[in-house]
Design a protein around this ligand. Structure first.
Ligand SMILES: Cc1cc2nc3c(=O)[nH]c(=O)nc-3n(C[C@H](O)[C@H](O)[C@H](O)COP(=O)(O)OP(=O)(O)OC[C@H]3O[C@@H](n4cnc5c(N)ncnc54)[C@H](O)[C@@H]3O)c2cc1C
Length: 445
């Protein structure tokens, strides 16, 4: 078949990486098109509008650090719309195994009678624990926890803040991979690392404005199944048989899609690229929302760390910060291989979550049940065009340049972008954006 849809550059995927690449090509007046598999844009940025009386993020939710393009964009977005970030004066609750109850950080730290405060402080220094690990052999987070935090009752908080936060189960990520990403992390102007959440406004709204001028360049429901780059003109074939032709292509699909062989590359990808795809990890990712009639946590609570008590490692109060006075919503955040066990099992997961919450808050299951208005499960491993949460470096694969190798272009024809290719901002929106921008610049050089 003769390809009849010709462009200079075709971008595959309309997540933030693909759209940021598109914006750059638009500015440079390049003839380009974005092919998006799904019926929606923004990829792992997705906002739910009808669960509560305020919008809720099902994917990315938080802005990490104050020295990156995403933060600057969000700051001008809130200023232009008279919105704000929520103020960071909130409390954190931790499950204390010795006392079998949830306590606030200050109460744990001030406890005089035991070493409990010291143990919590040690577990919360997860970045220092990771940074100082220098043994010859890499260790999984689970093994590190068992060897070095054996007697610390908050050791599962270390797991929640290290591997789970990085999208991995405790057996999937290694100390050296986390160390590599941590060392390269470059989001703050100084040592004070801050995170920002919208009080009003949300990512979908912000990106609809930011990418407005290129949204008509996105063709939805176009599942790319083959990229043939052996000749001068690249041929891109869709699942429905349609063929597009271009001089260069920018691939921004998730690492989960690259791992899945949904897209066939002809010739096959170079060995180095294949190794990077294999050695970087992409695992389960679930957000579960619970809307309640009344809150059963202390005022000003933001985070609740379950510390190994029940299924979900961490919850946050999504309605906090003045987002709602009526709908009290908790978000449970469940990443890594254990989350994969819940594919097509949302009802079972909700039962587990209710059991966990009744134990954590010391309320009867019947009382909790009466209080629950609705629940919602977003399982990113079930998403056919994502297939997981976000990327991490697997055990025994730290310091091997896998992210760099994933990002390398092939013959200056096929360029790669997306959060997994980002060295400084992996696993984030800003990682997607910056790599999209750079890939577009490289492609027009
Ligand atoms: C639960 C969760 C919580 C997160 N929390 C945060 C957070 O708080 N802060 C933060 O900064 N980041 C967070 N992230 C990560 C962030 O969402 C991602 O890093 C970012 O959105 C990735 O953008 P991307 O463009 O690289 O990839 P994607 O968003 O995955 O975009 C890739 C696009 O390619 C399309 N595609 C796939 N296959 C094909 C195909 N064959 N043909 C055509 N198109 C295809 C997909 O449909 C998708 O639209 C979170 C992610 C998850 C899942």
């Amino acid at each position: 078949m003769i390809p009849y849809l010709k462009y200079d550059i075709i971008i595959i995927g309309a997540g933030v990486a693909g759209l940021r690449a598109g914006l750059e090509l638009y500015e440079k007046k390049v003839n380009f098109l974005i092919l998006e598999a799904s019926s929606e844009i923004f990829g792992r940025v997705r906002t739910l509008y009808d669960f509560a009386d305020f919008p809720i993020e099902l994917g990315a939710e938080c802005i990490h650090g104050n020295n990156n393009d995403l933060y600057f964009l969000a700051k001008s977005f809130i200023q232009n719309n008279n919105y704000s970030f929520i103020k960071n004066n909130y409390k954190e609750l931790y499950w204390v195994p010795d006392l079998q109850k949830l306590l606030e950080y200050d109460d744990i730290i001030q406890a005089k009678s035991s070493s409990v405060g010291k143990e919590l402080k040690e577990a919360l220094k997860f970045d220092k624990l990771i940074g100082s690990y220098n043994k010859e052999k890499d260790l999984s987070i689970k093994d590190f926890k068992e060897m070095y935090l054996k007697d610390n009752q908050f050791k599962d908080i270390f797991v929640a803040l290290s591997s789970h936060d990085k999208g991995a189960g405790e057996t999937e990520a290694g100390m050296y991979g986390l160390q590599e990403d941590e060392e390269n992390w470059g989001t703050s102007t100084d040592d004070s690392y801050e995170e920002f959440l919208f009080k009003k406004g949300n990512f979908s709204e912000m990106f609809s404005i930011y990418f407005q001028k290129i949204l008509d360049r996105v063709e939805k429901n176009c599942v790319v199944s083959e990229i043939d780059y052996q000749n001068d003109q690249i041929q891109i074939t869709l699942q429905n048989g349609l063929i597009y032709s271009c001089k260069k292509a920018i691939v921004t699909v998730s690492l989960g899609i690259l791992k899945s062989d949904l897209i066939k590359f002809s010739p096959a990808l170079p060995a180095e690229k294949k190794e990077a795809i294999h050695c970087l990890g992409f695992s389960g990712g679930i957000k579960i929302l619970i809307k309640l009639k009344k809150p059963f946590w202390p005022k000003k609570t933001l985070f609740i760390f379950a510390n190994g008590q029940g299924i979900i490692p961490v919850y946050w109060v999504t309605s906090a910060g003045g987002r709602s006075r009526k709908d009290f919503v908790l978000t449970g955040f469940f990443m890594g291989n254990e989350a994969k066990n819940y594919v097509q099992k949302s009802d079972f997961l909700i039962i587990q979550v209710k059991l966990q919450l009744s134990k954590l808050f010391n309320i009867s299951e019947a009382h909790l049940e009466e209080n629950v208005m609705s629940t919602y499960v977003k399982n990113w491993f079930e998403e056919p065009f994502t297939k997981g949460g976000y990327s991490f470096i697997t055990i025994n694969n730290g310091y091997k340049n896998h992210r760099k190798n994933l990002a390398k272009n092939i013959r200056k024809k096929i360029f790669f972008a997306g959060e997994a290719t980002s060295i400084n901002f992996s696993s984030t929106i800003q990682g997607g954006m910056i790599t999209g921008f750079k890939a577009a610049q490289e492609a027009v050089e």
